[in-house]
Design a protein around this ligand. Structure first.
Ligand code: CTP
Length: 399
């Protein structure tokens, strides 16, 4: 089973309702999220680390001082798509409002750019205390999301507002805030990445500048939305994406073989690879001396995308078109029609502006007469955008 889904960091405050977050972990995991639990020291009086480890299936980082060489607050802050703190106690809320960083959890929150959801739970008097009211208001102005506590029975005999909310309320908030739900859960996504190399002899090849960043971004994005992802990767010098099935190939023919062997079982296929259109007819096993290397006999490589589009049944096909020059969009539209793809991303690669960069800009062609400009943004943003359109076209959002 692949680890899939969005990364949620679940902070646990030191309140009696910490035990209710045990169910929250389970329900979030059932929805395909990956959970790292970070309990405050006080909360461990209510629920111990062993329980969190068993429920989340992951080690529980407890303080700033263990594994310091891994700089845990920074790596956890970076790796989280979303931070949820449930229960959030009055003290924790106060520390967050002040921007304090006096334990692992508050350090992570301060170091992270991920959206933050607070699930306050406390006695009515504490919730309604002006200090807490002001702290919550401050946090809201900073964009923090707050799931309002329920009204009902509290610890002991008292009743009132401050009760840990219904889990479904928290899940709804997580699904909404986590900008992309697990909308590809149970779907298979096949991606080609990088650039093929066609050997001339033992040391030389015909190739291109594709870095694989775009393909790996699509792989990362699709996996984070719950898909089972296979990447056919040609000459990419990037670390493999966690949980993604990566098949290494080098030439166009190898790529074609790998893509075709997975295609029939695929729901969405994204062809980001730059495929060499030609290859030497007679590659030499030995290095050719330069005096003998005056001409090259070339033959055309198969058009992989075209082949896939010919055998396609229900698969949604996304192609890329790299063009240069003023006529690029018109040519890209021709490619869209010719290759019978569902979505085609056209970008102008003049002057090497896109290859190797984390950024991209171009046009997303969605049909014969519909195209949406994609303004300069990261290749990861484009990856999500293309998947949004794919999900839309396939009607998954309505499932
Ligand atoms: N493609 C492919 N097999 C090839 C060439 C291209 O599968 N032999 C795919 C690319 O992965 C991309 C799309 O087709 O998704 C368009 O690639 P591009 O290089 O822009 O166009 P070409 O078809 O090669 O046409 P041209 O070189 O004439 O622009």
């Amino acid at each position: 089973m692949f680890p899939r889904g969005r990364e949620i960091l679940l902070g646990i405050g030191g309140g009696i309702s910490a035990y209710k977050s045990c169910d929250l972990v389970r329900r979030l995991r059932d929805s395909g999220y990956l959970i790292t639990v970070v309990p405050t020291r006080n909360s461990l009086n209510f629920v111990g680390a062993t329980t969190w480890e068993a429920l989340s299936g992951r080690r529980v980082p407890e303080d700033l001082w263990s594994n310091a060489h891994e700089v845990p607050h920074i790596s956890l802050a970076k790796n989280s798509d979303l931070i949820v703190i449930a229960p959030a106690t009055a003290d924790l809320i106060a520390r967050l409002a002040q921007g304090r960083a006096d334990d692992l959890l508050t350090n992570i929150v301060l170091a992270s750019r991920a959206p933050l959801i607070l699930v306050p739970a406390m006695h009515t008097e504490m919730w309604l205390n002006q200090a807490t009211v002001d702290n919550i208001a401050t946090l809201k102005t900073r964009g923090v999301h707050v799931v309002e506590p329920d009204v009902g029975r509290l610890t002991g005999e008292d009743n009132g507002v401050g009760r840990y909310p219904q889990i479904n309320k928290i899940l709804d908030c997580v699904d909404t805030i986590s900008s992309h739900k697990s909308d590809l859960s149970g779907r298979r996504v096949l991606i080609s990445a990088g650039g093929t190399r066609e050997p001339i002899d033992a040391v030389r090849f015909i190739g291109n500048n594709s870095s694989g960043i775009q393909g790996y971004s699509v792989a990362h994005a699709a996996a984070s939305r719950g898909a089972e992802v296979t990447v056919v990767s040609a000459n990419v010098n990037l670390p493999s994406v966690e949980g993604v099935n990566t098949i290494k190939v080098s030439t166009a023919k190898e790529m074609q073989e790998a893509m075709e062997s997975y295609f029939d079982e695929t729901d969405i296929c994204v062809m980001t690879a730059a495929v060499a259109d030609i290859r030497p007819k007679h590659p030499n096993n030995e290095k050719i001396t330069k005096s003998d290397l005056t001409t090259l006999d070339l033959i055309t490589n198969p058009d992989i995308l075209q082949g896939l589009s010919d055998r396609k049944t229900s698969q949604l096909l996304v192609g890329f078109a790299a063009q240069t020059g003023h006529d690029g969009l018109r040519k890209a539209k021709e490619k869209y029609a010719l290759k019978k793809v569902d979505i085609l991303y056209f970008n102008d690669v003049s002057g090497g502006a896109i290859f190797g960069s984390d950024m991209t800009e171009g046009t997303i062609i969605l049909s014969g007469d519909e195209a949406a400009p994609f303004e300069r943004a990261s290749k990861m943003t484009l990856a999500h955008k293309l998947l949004d359109y794919a999900v839309d076209k396939l009607g998954y959002a309505n499932d």
